[in-house]
Design a protein around this ligand. Sequence first.
Ligand code: FEO
Length: 184
Amino acid sequence: MLSSRMNDALNGQVNAELYSSYLYLSMSAYFEARKFRGLASWMRVQAGEELVHAMKMYDYVVSTGGRARFPAVDAPPFEWSSPLNVFENVYNHERKVTGLINALMDMAMAEKDSNTQAFLKWYVDEQVEEEESSGGALNKIRAAGTDTKAIQSFDKDMGQRKFKFPRGFVMFPYNQETTIGSMK
Ligand code: FEO
């Protein structure tokens, strides 16, 4: 059973993950507008992953008897000064999210809530990957500088990224096919 403080904090993180999804979708649209299809695709996958992060946490709140609540999601920025500036923002954003996850873990430890600690471990590991992949992308685009060919090659490489659901995660647990079929 979640404490009401932990319930609120997890709801706050669901909101933060939804904001992340919004942010990356906005970045995807930025790249679409500039015809960087690979980078647009990478950001779209990233937006999808953030939605999964939110849903996984929502599922945890609901499955532990908590109550999910949904305050407004902030509007993300619309423009960036350059593709490099986008990736600087991605990296800084992921570092900020790592701080939020660590604060949640601190709270779960202070409350001796071992169930939530075990649940959050997935996010701790995920943030290591998120910082690595966004930091790696930032280094590559920084190295490309103003070399158009190098930026095009970066765009192409980034477009190879495929979306994967985390192991064991089910996005639509409630008889999804029947529900969609019945809406036709
Ligand atoms: Fe949900 Fe990119 O962290």
